[in-house]
Design a protein. Structure first.
Length: 158
């Protein structure tokens, strides 16, 4: 079974998750960063995984547009959806629900909330300033949940 993994990342966390998922899946898995590449035709794939990072409360626009444009076709596939974000609990669930269309969420065989990372060296000066002022954080923070990624990949395989 061929799998397509489509993602976008702001500072690398969603890309890290996509790479880990790819390594854990059996068979052929194609990894596409929508920032740099157009996705191949979906007909070639039995499974599609879509992920992105949450920035200022929203997933990347290209991920949202991809889901909307390809919704009918995605509903015929085994899909997995994930986000990387710094929030947990209800706020993370809210952000996930906002990121993906409801029919796609309901049709997915697996969903994932993988946490997030703040790495100051990957941010521009404006981003660092905002994080310091709003969150009162001035050092790198990782809430990335490798176990959640592993469980996602295992459920996607089943």
């Amino acid at each position: 079974m061929a799998t397509l993994i489509i993602y976008m990342t702001s500072h690398g966390c969603a890309e890290k998750a996509a790479g880990m998922i790819r390594e854990m899946l059996p068979g052929e898995a194609t990894l596409i960063n929508l920032e740099n590449f157009e996705p191949p035709p979906l007909e070639k794939f039995d499974k599609v995984i879509i992920g992105g990072s949450i920035r200022i409360g929203s997933i990347q626009k290209k991920i949202r547009k991809f889901c909307e444009k390809n919704l009918e076709q995605l509903l015929t596939k085994k899909t997995g959806l994930y986000i990387c974000c710094m929030f947990e609990g209800d706020t993370a669930i809210e952000q996930f629900n906002k990121a993906f269309p409801e029919p796609l969420r309901k049709n997915s065989i697996v969903t994932g909330l993988f946490g997030g990372e703040l790495e100051f060296e990957k941010m521009n000066a404006f981003e660092r300033m905002i994080i310091k002022q709003v969150a009162n954080i001035s050092v790198d923070v990782s809430k990335f949940n490798q176990q959640a990624v592993k469980e996602f990949a295992q459920r996607m395989t089943g």
